[in-house]
Design a binder for this molecule. Sequence first.
Ligand code: PHE
Length: 334
Amino acid sequence: FQEEAIAALEKVKDESSLAQWRVMHLGKSAFISQIFTRLAEISKEDRPKIGQAANLVRNKLEAAINQRTEELKAKALAESLENEKIDVTLPGRQPHPGRLHPATQNMREILAVLSQIGFEIFRSPEVESDEYNFELLNIPAYHPARDMWDTFYTTDPNVLLRTHTSPGQIHAMHLFAPESIRVALPGMCYRYEQVSARSEIQFNQIELLAVGKNITFGDLKGTLQEFAFRMFGNNVRTRFRPSYFPFTEPSAEMDVECFLCGGKGCPMCKNSGWLEILGCGMVHPTVLRNGGYDPDVYSGYAAGMGPERITILRHYVEDIRYFWGNDIRFLEQF
Ligand code: PHE
């Protein structure tokens, strides 16, 4: 019996068969327990001998099961140590770091270049009055030039989202007059327009304004040319075209060769091979006066550039809608 039981114990591999084994070989109805319960049936002379022998067997079996229990515990521990061990040589999971939006990165690069060539950064509000966005810039109510700026109005018709950074010219002049000025005015602008690959209802602009004595159109052209060289490299081709803005006279626009198609023509440049990146001109005498400067003594130039347009050229972005589309596949490329 004892040998059989111990042999059976060898085969026990887990806790539940261990419990089974205990019931079978040490439980109430086990052979060994039967001997104790039926000891009375045995003759007086044989009883101590048989009792002693049965005790011995029971102690052996108990010792055996205790040992087996320990063995199984040790095995289970060894297995879990093996299975759950951490491989410290595995490469870690990369945390997903945040980054600056491509438009912000680009704004900062442009502003860095502008500050190298002497412009101070100046900020002005995105929510404007009709007076600053239009009137003081020589665009009276009902003037047909208002058609150039499709505007988001608030419930108060005098409060609107600025359509360009040009109202910042007036804020800067009011602050600096009669000192000379050389500022760059960055920020978001809004237009109630049809969205397309070339234009969005919201976009950044950077306004340049220089006011002082003897500032000429040559200064404007030379500054913008130098800016283009620094942004696009010294071989970039640019061109000036005459244009019209109510707040500058004369007015012009600057185009950069379209890098997207290499000048061959594409939807972005409307097949012209050129992309307009800014409007500019000499500050209109009326605007100088509205800003607190005497136009007979002072002159100035101004420009308003589209930084997203510049990013489009530098990074071959085919559609301006990518900027505010929040598509991670686009944003991750910067
Ligand atoms: N404000 C003009 C626009 O948004 C651009 C511009 C700025 C033109 C300064 C001339 C001078 O279209």
